[in-house]
Design a protein around this ligand. Structure first.
Ligand code: ZN
Length: 407
């Protein structure tokens, strides 16, 4: 990637204090999905990821701003409407409607980071009037073609009003896995406060730092993610910006996506700021940093102990790419396979391992297959045993080597 501009922040993204303590360090990490061709090897973006805790407000955050304007504008990746994702979206829409808008005719809903418009489509089916804001040209063009009105722009601290007069103020704002990509969340919350009707609702879904910690999923610390919140710090951030938490339990854990922190909030009548135990938050992330380093060593040791075998990694998603990028012994892996590689003749950033479709496992057989997409472990094992004649003892889940910290 040619034009990435990175800048260290001087003050907390949430409270503005200058007391940031770096607790998690991952050296020279790539973007999660910057796959490269053979002539681009070595030109990919690599930079340290440092996550700090603010000693004033306890919020965890990336200490670098990474300007990826061009990156998001060409961004075409979208959750490929898996059955689970679509069912999640309709469950979310139905629950919001039945819990909060059952008596309201045609409530208005704005989504920040609306992608291809699938979530808004679920609300529209239930009678909501909807509008999306999405910076990617391709995604917003697609959404508009599906009759989901979408503005092609960032929703950031400069967005003070939505140009469409019908949506000057709205009854609800939803944002899913976008809020943690916003470098200045406080300014954005102020703008949301202005656009939201007085009895309106704000629904935010982000990665839950508490679950990242419990599962030791350090692959989720990315250049693209600026803030890492748990229930305690999310509540603090909302309170500090004149919102009250309505609930963190809109959906059951089983109805939510992995690592999801889902909060419903409303405008506060008076500010009622919750306290966060700063030392405890720092302690939790300090121990996470130890666990991360131990996990990386365990995977490196496993690769070293098994280097006489032909090892193949399964899963070129964010987890595979970021975990492999953190290893010293990634060269003991022969190649990476994925069910849907982004294209032909591509290499993973940093490790420079080639990425192939799963058919490669037939032509170029592996002795051991290390599965990074552990959520699909059983499906993967069953497909590779029946299609290509692999045996169960050839598979290992990365989860066994990550060994999540005890909750
Ligand atoms: Zn702070």
């Amino acid at each position: 990637m040619s034009s990435v501009y990175q800048n260290k922040i001087s003050s907390c993204r949430i409270c503005g204090s200058n007391q940031l303590k770096t607790v998690i360090h991952l050296a020279k990490m790539p973007f999660t999905d910057e796959f490269i061709s053979s002539d681009q090897l070595g030109t990919e973006f690599l930079s340290d990821i440092d996550i700090a805790v603010c000693k004033q407000c306890a919020c965890a955050q990336n200490i670098n701003d990474t300007d990826m304007g061009a990156y998001y504008q060409d961004y075409t990746y979208s959750v490929q409407s898996s059955g689970f994702a679509l069912s999640f979206m309709s469950t979310l829409a139905e629950r919001i409607k039945s819990n909060y808008f059952s008596n309201k005719t045609a409530p208005s809903m704005l989504e920040i980071g609306s992608g291809t418009g699938e979530q808004l489509m679920a609300f529209k089916k239930l009678g909501f009037r909807v509008i999306g804001v999405e910076p990617s040209d391709k995604l917003s063009e697609y959404a508009n073609s599906q009759e989901i009105k979408t503005l092609t722009t960032f929703f950031d601290e400069n967005t003070t009003q939505i140009v469409d007069p019908e949506f000057r103020t709205v009854d609800a704002i939803v944002t899913s896995y976008t809020f943690d990509h916003i470098p200045r969340p406080v300014e954005v919350l102020n703008n949301i406060h202005k656009i939201l009707n007085d009895d309106g609702l704000l629904i935010i879904e982000v990665h839950n730092l508490e679950l990242i910690r419990q599962r030791n999923e350090f692959c989720l610390f990315e250049h693209e993610h600026y803030t890492y919140l748990n229930e305690r710090t999310m509540r603090y951030l909302l309170n500090q910006n004149n919102f009250d938490v309505v609930t963190f339990k809109l959906l059951e854990e089983s109805e939510k996506r992995a690592n999801s922190l889902l909060v419903v909030a409303k405008k506060a009548n008076k500010s009622n700021i919750s306290e966060v135990d700063v030392l405890n938050e720092i302690h939790l992330l300090d121990s996470l940093n130890n666990e991360i380093n131990k996990s990386i060593s365990r995977i490196d040791n496993w690769l070293n102990e098994n280097k006489k075998y032909k090892i193949v990694a399964y899963g070129a998603g964010g987890r595979g790419i970021m975990t492999i990028a953190a290893l010293a012994n990634s060269n003991y892996i022969q190649y990476i396979v994925d069910k849907n590689p982004k294209s032909d003749n591509i290499f993973a950033p940093k490790s420079h391992l080639p990425v192939y479709g799963i058919e490669r496992l037939a032509e170029n057989r592996a002795d051991k297959i290390l599965i990074f997409s552990f959520g699909y472990y059983n499906e993967i094992v069953s497909e590779l045993t029946s299609k290509f004649g692999y045996t169960k003892d050839q598979f290992i889940s990365i989860l066994e080597l990550l060994e999540p910290a005890n909750a």
